[in-house]
Design a protein around this ligand. Sequence first.
Ligand SMILES: Nc1nc2c(ncn2[C@@H]2O[C@H](COP(=O)(O)OP(=O)(O)OP(=O)(O)O)[C@@H](O)[C@H]2O)c(=O)[nH]1
Ligand SMILES: [Zn+2]
Length: 356
Amino acid sequence: MAVLQTCSGIKPLTSLTLSDLGWSAFHAARAAGEPGLPARVSLVARDRLEALAEIGPVTLTLPGKQSTGEFAVGDWLLFEPENHRVLNLLERKTLLHRRAAGTASRDQLIAANVDTLGIVTSCNHDFNVARLERYLALASAAGCLPLVVITKADEAEDPDAYRHRAEALSPLVAAVTLDARDPEQIARLHPWCDRGQTLALLGSSGVGKTTISNGLTGRHDGTQDIRTDDSKGRHTTTARALWRTAAGGWLIDTPGMRELQLTDAAEGIDSVFADLSELAARCRFSDCGHDSEPGCAIRAEIDAGRLDPARLARWRKLQREDARNSETIAEARARSRGFGKMVRSVMEEKRRWRGD
Ligand SMILES: Nc1nc2c(ncn2[C@@H]2O[C@H](COP(=O)(O)OP(=O)(O)OP(=O)(O)O)[C@@H](O)[C@H]2O)c(=O)[nH]1
Ligand SMILES: [Zn+2]
């Protein structure tokens, strides 16, 4: 199964050290004294995990009834070398997750231990401050560093203007402009995916994610498919995996990355809008709606012309989106607990009725 591909000039998968794989002091501390060998998950299938260890690629199985749904690409775990069974999932440094599509609200893991979230946009109408803020909040909630990658610089008159606008959004933001089709320009992204570093890309359709990912991994066919099983049966997934980059690091490319919605991101939103949340803390009322309440610190800034009311509107919109999604997951959990209780009481009732 062609899950992974090495690039010419870099180490083959069988001679990678743990540091090559992205192992850090954080994980070493969690694994200390625990039995088993460390491995990093490169693919999550319904019945098994594919992973990379110092001994090379391994296929791992889970004990008992444990579901592979609890694992994400990029996870670190410990496994028994004799039978390739998973012993222990190690705590994650960062985690990207989303609300699963469909009516059943479910939290779905997308990728773990991603160091940098590459937020891809273009020097054109795709460049949208509200969308960038949303992705920045998501990166912050996941614990990843944000990198704004602005493609199609070759089509813009003043690409630096886009970079400055992105960098103005938060002191944490680094931004890079490039023509993603040019290998020399792609190399500007190498510091974020060199040895031990893991990068994941997020962005709207058509902004150039596939082009960047091909440029970084040396993979020329974006549709190099892998066969996997999931709850819906056997099917083909496009590169739902951990890819080796030419710079010696890793690129995580999962289909779920492309439709990330905010959930449980309240803290991430507050970090992107730190100026607003700090102001809000100075409003006279702790539940100030920042509309017409007396003593509103945010209104005072707007009235003084120091704050753009549009930024307040964007902040509130993200808070509402996050509240709505987080609530639905919490509610769904409560519902499934309630349903479980109901099933048990019906079963008990039946047993009593049958007399066993
Ligand atoms: N001029 C120019 N074209 C680019 C650049 N980056 C990507 N493209 C082109 O834009 C089109 C879309 O690029 P993709 O890499 O497929 O975009 P994507 O983000 O992967 O799109 P989805 O697969 O739909 O999510 C392709 O025709 C690319 O060749 C760039 O920096 N400059
Ligand atoms: Zn207020």
